[in-house]
Design a protein around this ligand. Sequence first.
Ligand SMILES: C[S@@+](CC[C@H](N)C(=O)[O-])C[C@H]1O[C@@H](n2cnc3c(N)ncnc32)[C@H](O)[C@@H]1O
Length: 264
Amino acid sequence: MWNPDTYLRFADERGRPFHDLLDRVHAQRPRQVVDLGCGPGNLTASLAGRWPEAEVRGIDSSAEMIERAVADQGAAGPVRYAVGDVRDWRPGPQTDVIVTNAVLQWVPGQEELVATWARELPADGWLGLQVPGNHDAPAHRALRELCLSPRWAQRLGAVGEQVRGVPEPAEYARLLRDAGCAADVWETTYLHQLPVTEGRHPVLTWLSGTALRPVRALLAETDWDAFRDELEPRLAEDYPAHRGVVDFPFRRVFAVGHRLPSDR
Ligand SMILES: C[S@@+](CC[C@H](N)C(=O)[O-])C[C@H]1O[C@@H](n2cnc3c(N)ncnc32)[C@H](O)[C@@H]1O
């Protein structure tokens, strides 16, 4: 289950890649704009602001996220939100912009989906995606190792064995070109400076909103506390505090595909 409040705790840091991605999507007057895996809708709203004449849709498989998005925009808001799985979604003839930010790392077989969406883009259509490329970062290694440790392996072994790797930038570029699009692909490592507060180590708090969700789903409250108690010192060692902040490097991979206007 996704918790919008936990996820939004670092809204600024999580939002920046979305805006960096959209800076490279140069659609002028799109008819329909779709945000796949839109989460709590705070970023989807900016799409409606940028293209006020477009029909903007947000789709997410989490009912909690969609509920939050609808509540935050109010009844008269411009975005049409719906619960749905991106694996079942296909662009229509008017879908001029597809955006999917920090979602496809959760979707096995994403390459086939990206290729299908890119192939089906209308002329002058755009597809922008961003995925975290940090599955080998110390935080994720510590999490996997703990899941596979004797105390937790029986319950969390499957989580520990699951490495959510994503395609390398060149693989996305090839996928997009094979689908007949011009490709613009890059990677960035952001250095998030997370403030130290009185609660948990900030990297633990960050992970609670995303990578720790599958662990949370499998543990009762007391075990969830015990698991975090064990993970926290490992994270503190890998990500020490300095003058009240913790430096948290975070690699992300971006890909934008554009079907040329004369293509169809
Ligand atoms: C890390 S959040 C990103 C939310 C938003 N795009 C953003 O950038 O803030 C990942 C979102 O992807 C959604 N998601 C994961 N798998 C999905 C799927 N197969 N279909 C639709 N949404 C999915 C989750 O429910 C969650 O809201």
